[in-house]
Design a protein around this ligand. Structure first.
Ligand code: UDP
Length: 233
């Protein structure tokens, strides 16, 4: 099958059905806009299982996604969508770039969940944008589409946050990507994995996500395995 797109964490292939694609999860790890690169064996398979379980959970909550089913250890079958070039970041607790940019102390619980938009453009380093930028750049047609992104992001956060709390994990923040399906509905696409989310252990605040790679903390695979184990518990 034809390779349609290769990203940092996945390869996207065509299928015999023009409305469907296969997403292959890679073992590659990148951070700081791919300035830091690495590889972790089994990371792709772990992310594939984690994403499958979380998309299936969201479906039970009535949230539509591009996910159809898991095909094998590293691949999922998905509806083909046209990706909206906006990274939608949802934050419950301050860390990472929010702490650096606005000086909100690391670990501070935000009194209101924050939704941010970043322009998905590697050569520009995915800059933070506002509603007017998103419309000017024609990422979306109008402010109503941005409201759809915000509403879905909040619903996804509500579902995931309470699910992970039952698993003794705090969902600190995460990044979502949405796309338009053949009927022009805006649905969740991409992945939900420890590459795209931050999870802290509820008791110890141990980081169980890609920050272990970003910050050189070691035990990256152990962290991803722990997240999967708790999801499946
Ligand atoms: N994130 C991501 N891809 C990106 C940028 C951010 O998946 O290109 C996720 C990241 O894992 C975290 C959240 O979005 O869960 C917020 O990241 P932040 O803006 O704090 O960026 P960072 O500190 O990683 O530069």
């Amino acid at each position: 099958m034809e390779l349609l797109y290769e990203g940092k964490g996945k390869k996207i292939f065509s299928t015999t059905n023009p409305q469907e694609i296969r997403a292959f999860f890679k073992d590659d790890l990148t951070a700081f806009n791919a300035q830091k690169r690495g590889k972790e064996s089994q990371k792709g398979a772990l992310n594939c299982q984690i994403t499958s379980a979380l998309f299936e959970l969201l479906h039970t909550k009535g949230i539509k996604t591009h996910y159809i089913r898991q095909l094998n250890d590293n691949e999922i079958l998905c509806h083909k969508v046209q990706i909206i070039p906006i990274e939608v970041v949802v934050r419950n607790v301050a860390t990472g770039s929010l702490t650096k940019r606005l000086g909100i102390p690391e670990g501070q619980v935000l009194h209101k969940t924050l939704i941010e938009f970043y322009y998905k453009n590697d050569s520009l380093g995915d800059p933070l944008i506002n509603d007017e930028h998103a419309i000017l750049l024609q990422c979306v047609q109008d402010v109503q589409e941005l409201e759809v992104l915000r509403k879905q992001a909040r619903a996804i956060n509500t579902a995931l946050k309470s699910f992970f709390l039952q698993k003794n994990l705090k969902l600190i923040d995460f990044k979502l990507e949405f796309g338009k399906d053949s009927a022009q509905n805006i649905i969740l696409a991409d992945e939900i994995t420890p590459d795209s989310c931050r999870f802290w252990d509820k008791e110890s605040n141990e980081k169980l996500d890609k920050d272990r790679f970003r910050q050189g903390l070691g035990d990256v695979k152990m962290a991803y395995q722990e997240v999967l184990k708790r999801i499946l518990q």
